[in-house]
Design a protein around this ligand. Structure first.
Ligand code: P1T
Length: 378
């Protein structure tokens, strides 16, 4: 089946008793057991919930894995993934990723004994050099938030596997509509489902998909033992949201391309970061491993003053954290999503105070282009 069919039907079937076409919201914390030791596969809702199972099965199908495990946020998912490691283990991570992921690594897991190295993973040689005998995991975003750096997933998988390490790819920006990391050799792919998967800016959630049996068993165990599970209502909303993924993603992308066209030709814009631009350093790799470039665009203006002014002038693009929803958002990463990354580190990767990030929504493209044009011109 194609992905346009799988987003709607993947892992779902009409409900047994009534034939309800939409998966019901099983809003219950527990289940009646027929006798001691005799239940119907459902004991307690942290452990099993039919709405959550449908959400997991659907995303599992989309990413082409064997098991998907849902959590109450993207960071909750990353945290559960790290629970596969032990004190003393080493993780090689990309030098640019969501600021909250960096904060989780540095302020929660480093004090617990995990060691992290951050490298420019767009260069396979640098990735290879960072691997040590203690490296158990390679963790990358591609494209990255917000610098849009592209890592060759197949090359990263080969490097990780050669050392017996696990490759985790955060696929939040492109979704399986445009990129399928498991098919390129990653062991696990994760999402902030808060973003494109749900797509409507009304749920916080996360999910990881794998085709590695022992990882699947461990992460399912962590889900129940630690308990950062999504509620049935959120799973229902995410399941409803993902049904339109195959309609939304091409529109996000075509709208983004129109904005990029304007930005690259505008005299007030200094630099545009979008992997679909032929002069983007990751263009060739993106062409090879993705079927599209997505709806995220970053760019710089002359200085922080210009950025501040721009952020107050847009009428459709709303200044807010988050991304991947149907509505267009504007973010200043240095003070918002990446404020927890030290300034020297931010500046070194180009994440300066002059950088803005756009999550291009699915509104009418003419309106979006006009909004950016008028905000730049005043
Ligand atoms: O917010 P949460 O659902 O916990 O997901 C964290 C996360 C993980 N990975 C990526 C690539 C992300 O972008 C995020 C969250 N990002 C934002 C809130 C943001 O505005 O960038």
């Amino acid at each position: 089946m194609g992905i346009g069919t799988d987003v709607i039907h993947g892992g779902q079937h009409p409900e047994e008793r009534t034939g309800a076409v939409s998966v019901p919201i099983f809003q219950t914390s527990t289940y009646k057991q027929d006798a001691i030791g005799k239940h119907r596969g459902y004991e307690y809702a942290r452990t099993q919930n039919p709405t959550r199972e449908a959400w997991e099965r659907c995303v599992c199908k989309l990413e082409g894995g064997t098991e998907a495990v849902a959590f109450s946020s993207g960071l909750g998912t990353t945290s559960a993934i790290l629970k596969n490691l032990r004190a003393g283990d080493h993780v090689v991570a990309g030098d640019n990723m969501y600021g909250g992921t960096y904060r989780l690594f540095e302020t929660i897991y480093r004090p617990l004994g995990l060691d992290f190295s951050y490298v420019d993973s767009t260069d396979p040689a640098k990735l290879r050099d960072a691997m040590t005998d203690r490296t158990k995991m390679v963790f990358i975003e591609t494209p990255t938030n917000p610098m849009m750096n592209v890592t060759d997933i197949a090359a990263a998988a080969e490097i990780a596997r050669a050392k017996g390490a696990f490759l985790v790819v955060d696929n939040t920006f492109l979704t399986p509509y445009f990129q399928k990391p498991l098919s390129l050799g990653a062991h696990a792919v994760m999402h902030s489902a808060t973003k494109y998967l749900n797509g409507h800016a009304d749920v916080v959630g996360g999910i990881v998909v794998t085709n590695d049996q022992s990882f699947a068993e461990r992460i399912r165990y962590v889900q129940n033992a630690e308990g950062a599970v999504p509620g049935p209502m959120d799973c229902f909303l995410a399941l409803r949201g993902v049904k339109t993924l195959a309609v939304r993603m091409p529109r996000h992308e075509s709208n983004a391309k129109k904005i990029v066209e304007l930005l690259v030709s505008h005299p007030k814009v200094e630099k545009v970061y979008y992997p679909g631009l032929e002069d983007h350093p990751g263009y060739a790799v993106a062409r090879k491993q993705c079927t599209g470039f997505g709806g995220m665009v970053s760019f710089t203006l002359s200085d922080f003053g210009a950025v501040q002014a721009f952020a107050t002038r847009t009428k459709i693009f709303t200044l807010a954290e988050s991304l991947g929803g149907i509505e267009s958002l504007l973010c200043h990463p240095a003070s918002m999503t990446h404020a927890s990354v030290p300034k020297e580190k931010r500046d070194a990767m180009g994440l300066t105070d002059s950088l803005l990030r756009l999550s291009v929504g699915i509104e009418d493209p003419e309106d979006l282009v006009e909004d950016i044009r008028q905000a730049l011109s005043r």
